[in-house]
Design a protein around this ligand. Structure first.
Ligand SMILES: [Cu+2]
Length: 124
């Protein structure tokens, strides 16, 4: 009987640990992955967790133009976490020219693990 009564507490601990360890996931982005868009003034990435601003950011690369891939060229851009704490905003220094782009993001939330991902989009 004593043993059984401990089970709910143990299950609760496991559940709590699961929540505490939740890694930030990319919920949505603008432009969306693989989208073809007009020149975006900024890119917005929405995550499932609050981000640590100093440890979160993104690198924007141009990877092709006129339908041809080329070696990735880094695009000057700044990235910052918005006031909501869950949105990473990337602002290119200059308007993006027509071409294919790759955005590589890295974020850290409360559990301190660095999570990375990347996706491509096209500017027409
Ligand atoms: Cu983690």
């Amino acid at each position: 009987m004593r043993r059984l009564s401990l089970l709910p507490a143990a299950a609760a601990l496991v559940l709590f640990a699961g929540v505490a360890e939740a890694h930030p996931k990319l919920v949505s982005a603008s432009p969306a992955p693989n989208a073809v868009v007009a020149k975006p003034a900024r890119l917005e990435l929405h995550f499932s967790e609050r981000l640590m601003p100093k440890l979160s950011g993104a690198d924007l690369m141009m990877t092709g133009m006129k339908g041809m891939n080329h070696a990735p060229i880094k695009v000057a851009a700044t990235s910052a976490v918005a006031a909501d704490g869950r949105t990473l905003i990337v602002r290119p220094r200059a308007p993006l020219g027509a071409g294919r782009y790759s955005l590589a993001w890295h974020v850290v939330s409360a559990d301190t693990h660095r999570i990375v991902g990347n996706y491509a989009f096209t500017v027409k």
